[in-house]
Design a protein around this ligand. Structure first.
Ligand code: BES
Ligand code: MN
Ligand code: ZN
Length: 514
């Protein structure tokens, strides 16, 4: 991954492939381009004409814009890259954390294939360094594991993918200041684990089945002092995990339930994170039509986010206990698959009539949520690529938050906003429950089509232990990005919800929540 350093050096003397500066859209009717703080010495070397040169080149300072120009004479670096920050902040305000993250991400991506860059972007405090570092590391990410096809019979098979930007010096960084160093370290830990979650999502399903995912989680847990327990199909049968077993029944690759326990001796609170980990969702016997299954390797993004968040919490040494539950199964059609019409006896003891095998996520989550409830955590948060209906409601960039506790739902929403993740609170409408009434079992796994995302939330709610605060994040939209990269969001797996979970753990450790 890209290496980051804090630097007090001045831009002109820096040995690098490029110096990155920030530009913004001026306010007022003129809307002139403005050079952002941090780039004063660069602007001076252009005789104070950087803004007008960039305007002549067509730059506006708009978000995501990249303009490359030759560095002024006397600079060791050959190129200056101007990256748009969007609107200039209001008077007495500074550039927001997410504007910095996005600009750093855009710049890092624009420099793919380069060795070293210096970022002369606005830095007012230590948190700004954290934002720039996080944005740069997330923006520099690309998934190339299957791109360089290597060699067969001495011949190169494909084009080698360009390597990500190797090194970034963050100017204005105060390398000897404790707060700055801490923010940098935090950003590196979170971004590394988030990028690992992206790798897991992007790994094709023939290489990542439940057993392989469990092995990755086990290895990482051992490395970071996290206790790990893997229930295989035998243990799941013995334990009565009818939901997880029912979903995995059609696959040659048996299901797993992974428990990751991070504990801190000074912890006063306990959080449980539960992730949907369908390593491939074909729909099962209720098979998805062509056009709906090509990206279904992403259906374990919730489990990947939970995994990343627990490891990040451990790396940060947070004073809170965090248990991660990865509910892993492959949803496939076969002679041994669960049929529409089958009744499953769930871990909680409830029976579920499976009317649609494509509504499988709620079945594996129900078992994991019921199991997680036994430890009476202070809160349970599940993360799942659960419903197409949530994408219809909120689009591709925003996750829905449902909860049995309005104050907790608000907290999660605010935390997501704070870390730069788009989310929106959604209601659990009681009248939708009767649509899941089953003539045969306690509940059916589908209900009304209208409000389908909320129906799924209501289903999960029935498996949350009495009196436990719970939130459900439906990340079906933002977990996997099919369009062109933007800001610090790449194509493919995005790491959605990781930063929200980590910040929730930090806030809980600090005693800021209930
Ligand atoms: N994994 C899908 C939801 C999904 C769809 C995630 C598109 C990401 C992109 C989930 O298992 C599913 O198939 N849900 C069904 C539920 C329905 C059968 C009640 C859906 O949303 O159509
Ligand atoms: Mn499905
Ligand atoms: Zn699914």
């Amino acid at each position: 991954m890209t290496a980051l350093t804090l630097s007090t050096a001045a831009a002109p003397g820096l040995r690098a492939d490029a110096i990155v500066v920030g530009v913004a859209k001026g306010s007022g009717s003129k809307g002139a381009l403005v050079v952002a703080p941090g780039a004063e010495s660069v602007d001076k070397a252009y005789d104070g004409k950087l803004a007008s040169v960039l305007e002549t080149l067509g730059a506006t300072g708009g978000e995501g814009e990249v303009t490359k120009l030759p560095a002024p004479s006397g600079f060791k670096a050959p190129v200056v890259v101007a990256v748009g920050l969007g609107e200039v902040p209001e008077k007495d305000e500074t550039y927001g954390a997410d504007a910095l993250r996005r600009a750093a991400g855009v710049a890092a991506r624009a420099l793919t294939g380069s060795k070293k860059a210096a970022f002369a972007l606005p830095v007012e405090d230590a948190e700004d360094i954290g934002a720039l570092a996080e944005g740069a590391l997330l923006g520099a990410y690309s998934f190339t594991a299957y791109k360089d096809a290597g060699e067969t019979k001495g011949k190169k098979n494909g084009k080698d993918a360009k390597a990500p930007l190797a090194e970034i010096a963050l100017l204005g960084g105060k390398p000897r200041d404790k707060a700055y160093k801490a923010e940098l370290e935090r950003a590196v830990a979170v971004a590394e684990e988030l990028n690992r979650a992206r790798d897991l999502v992007n790994t094709p399903p023939n290489d990542l089945d439940p057993e392989a995912f469990a092995a990755v989680a086990t290895a990482a847990a051992k490395e970071h002092g996290i206790k790990v327990q893997v229930l295989d199909e035998k243990a799941l049968t013995k334990g009565g995990y009818g939901g997880i077993l029912g979903v995995g029944a059609g696959s040659e690759a048996p299901p797993r339930l992974v428990k990751l326990s991070y504990t801190h001796s000074k912890a006063k609170k306990h959080l449980a994170f539960v992730g949907k980990g369908i390593t491939y969702d074909s729909g099962g016997i209720s098979l998805k039509p062509a056009g709906h299954n090509e990206t279904m390797k992403c259906d374990m993004a919730g489990a990947a986010a939970v995994f990343a968040a627990v490891v990040a919490a451990a790396r940060l040494g947070l004073e809170v206990n965090v248990t991660g539950w990865l509910a892993l199964a492959e949803n496939m059609p076969s002679g041994s698959a669960t049929r529409p019409g089958d009744v499953l006896r769930m871990y909680s003891g409830k029976t579920v009539e499976v009317l649609n095998t494509d509504a499988e996520g709620r079945l594996v989550l129900a078992d994991a949520i019921a199991k997680a409830s036994e430890e009476q955590p202070d809160a349970i948060v599940d993360v799942a690529t659960l419903t197409g209906a949530m994408m219809v409601a909120l689009g591709n960039r925003t996750f829905g938050i449902m909860s049995n506790d309005d104050a907790f739902r608000t907290s999660v929403h605010e935390i997501a906003e704070e870390v730069g993740e788009a989310s929106w609170p959604m209601p659990l409408l009681a009248d939708l429950r009767k649509g899941m009434d089953s003539p045969t079992a306690d509940i059916a796994n589908i209900g009304d089509r209208m409000g389908g995302g909320l129906v799924a939330g209501l289903f999960l709610q029935e498996f949350v232990g009495e009196g436990i605060v719970w939130a459900h994040l439906d990340v079906a939209g933002p977990a996997f990005h099919e369009g062109a990269p933007y800001g610090y969001t790449p194509k493919g797996g995005t790491g959605s919800a990781v930063r929200t979970l980590v910040r929730l753990a930090e806030r809980t450790a600090a005693g800021d929540l209930g």
